[in-house]
Structures are given as structure tokens and as C-alpha cells.
Design a protein around this ligand. Sequence first.
Ligand code: NAD
Length: 384
Amino acid sequence: MFYNRGSGDGLAGPSNPSKGGEDTTSGRHTMDIFDEMERRGHEQVIFNYDRASGLKAIIAIHDTTLGPALGGCRMLPYASEEAALLDVLRLSEGMTYKAAAAGLDFGGGKTVIMGDPATDKSEVLFRALGRFIDTLGGRYRTGEDVGTSEDDFVQSLRETQYLVGLPTAYGGSGDTGDNTALGVMQAIYAALMHRYGSTSLKGRRVAVQGLGKVGYHVARHAVEAGATVVAADINPHVVGRVASELGIEPTDPWAVLETPCDVFAPCALGNVINHSTVGTLKCQIIAGSANNQLEDDALAAQLREREILYAPDFIANAGGLIQVADEIQGYNPDRVRHQIEAIYDLLLAVFKEADETGRSTTDVALDHVHKRLEAIHRIHRIHA
Ligand code: NAD
């Protein structure tokens, strides 16, 4: 049982679990972990503690209907254990949807390490994590995410083989930024086709928020395709470098949300579309790489009312997952490219069905995911 200290005590994730109760001795609101697992559909949550390294990590396995769980490992100075738990529950659930929508045979999982990536990393910490991952015997694989790097997992590799996204020198497929960006471009093309009847970016205005590993490539591909690109990053050096290299128009990190444009590509933060920002958007299309772009799913309906076409993030940003999933069977860039291109057709179908049914694109996409999970679950009844 965890105490819910209300909103704002964590770095990410919902702060008000839907179920909970009053702790009669202290009067504090509490969260029941099993209720939360039931509500979200989780199979397993593992708390890992190692005294020697100080490792405190939570692994959440959401759903393994499609195959072993796959999902990165975040390291953040969470304000509380509850904040870390809610983050890992929410992120692992999202991984199930991302893998299912991409047609992969993997389930959803995620790890969070409670700690400051700037000061708390060590060889022994990532080796200890590796040993815990190994105890799962391949039921879950992990790799880099926010706050961790591929080099951290080179340490874990000494203890377990169940890793993805390693440097090429260690048998991995390297950075996922460009493949994620290529998936975002497929999402942009599908949205342009649906909205304007053509995939052409010539003369279109694209606003990119965040010019990191993914956003840089989105900006580059959009410029190469003939778009005018407006972009922002909180790091002024990054904006300056990309502006002179690609000829983009720099703007302020928050002004980018309100920039009049055809396509807004959020490639920085989650929760960027929230109840305060949704009314200020001046774009026709939203398609970007950030995870959890909408603060809550209800905002997808508001976007629909505002006639803003939203490419659900867990479909648009699947390129990196497709790449690391492919490593497990022996990395083949052509196969990865082929699977990333499928994002285009999937989103066209989602957009069409959303229009025909009057539902949000997120609702339709989640329906698609649940149908696949149920159908694969049913064929598992066949004894083979
Ligand atoms: P990154 O850390 O390389 O880049 C993020 C960039 O955003 C940084 O340059 C940072 O300075 C900038 N930024 C942060 N806050 C900002 C703000 N308020 N306004 C403007 N810029 C801001 O990360 P990345 O790998 O490019 O990932 C970007 C997003 O896409 C993240 O949400 C990530 O979870 C998601 N994502 C990434 C991948 C991948 O393959 N890298 C895959 C799926 C999803």
C-alpha cells in the first residue's frame, strides 16, 4: 500500500489513482497496488533492492499476451516511491499498446531506477540491475531510456543477455533516433494525406518542439521534403546549431505550441497537450515522438472537436521499438524500414474510422490494439 500525497510529488505519471482509501490511522489517502494493477491490466510488479550498490528499481510487466515484455529503463530522482511506481505502471502499459499497434510479438514492460543519473550511476548499480533482469529468464528485456544510456547497459551486459539497444560494438543496432523520426514522418504523411489529399510537404509549415535525438531528424526530413520548419529547444546551443545546419526558423520553447502551422511535432516532453494548452494550439495536425503527449485521453476528443488531427503517440513513435525488437532476431535494417512504413497505412485506417464513427483517433487506435490482443489470446488456445 502506498500513500498518495496528491499531485505534484512525482516527475511523471498520474497522481490520483482511481482507487484508494483512507488510512484510518493517519487520515492520508492510500493506493492499493493490486487494485491499480487490476485497473491497468498488469501481470507483475517487481521491487528490486541491492544494498551494495544502493539500487532501488521497480520492474513492471504489463501484458505478455503477444510475447516477452520489452521496454526501456528510466532513471530519475523520483520525489517518492509512489511517483516511481505510478510512472512504471503507466509507462509499461503504454509499451503494450505500442508493441501491439506496431504488429510486434512483444508485450509491455518498463523499469524505473530511483536515483539521480548525474550522481548515482556506477558499474555495480547497472550490474546489479542486470542480475535482477536475468532472474526473469527472458520474460522481460530492457535498454536505455530517459536518464540512462547505452553505455550503462554495457555494464549490465556482463550479467545478462536480456538487453536491447546496445551500441553496435556490442552487437546492438545503435541509436534509435532516426528510425523513430522516420516513423514520425510516416505519421505526418498519413495525416497530410487524410487532411489535404496529398503527402507533399512542399509549402507546408512544420513546428518541431525539441531538437534532440528524434526531433533533429524530424526537422531534417521535413526540410528535405520541402517544408518550412520552425523549431524550438530549451537548449539555445542546439537550436543555433540546427538552425545554421538546416536553415530552420528558431522560436521560443513554449511559443512553438502556439505557432500557426500545418503540423506540430512534439519531440520533447510528455503531457505537452493539456487542459491549459489545448485551446491555444494553432496547428492542423499533431504528429510527434514524445511519449504520453496528451495529459489524459479525454483531450483526444477535444482535439477532434477543434478539428486538429492527432496521430496517437504510441503509433507515431514506434520506430525505435521496432528497431530494438528486430535486434532480438538479428538486426535487419530493410525489415525494420518495412515495418516502420506500415505506420502510414495503420494511421490512415485509424483516421478514416475516427471520421466515420465520430470517435477520437486515440479511442480508435486503442480499440485496434485491444482487438489484436484479444485475437492473439484466442489463438493461444490452439494446442501446438
Ligand atoms: P532527447 O533527450 O535526445 O531530446 C529531447 C530534446 O528536447 C532535448 O534537446 C531537450 O533540450 C529538448 N527539450 C526539453 N524540454 C523542452 C521544451 N520544453 N521545449 C523544447 N525543447 C525541449 O530525447 P529524444 O530521444 O529525442 O526523445 C524525444 C521524445 O521522444 C521523448 O519524449 C522520448 O521519450 C520520445 N521517444 C524517443 C524515442 C527514441 O528513439 N529516442 C522513441 C520513442 C519515443
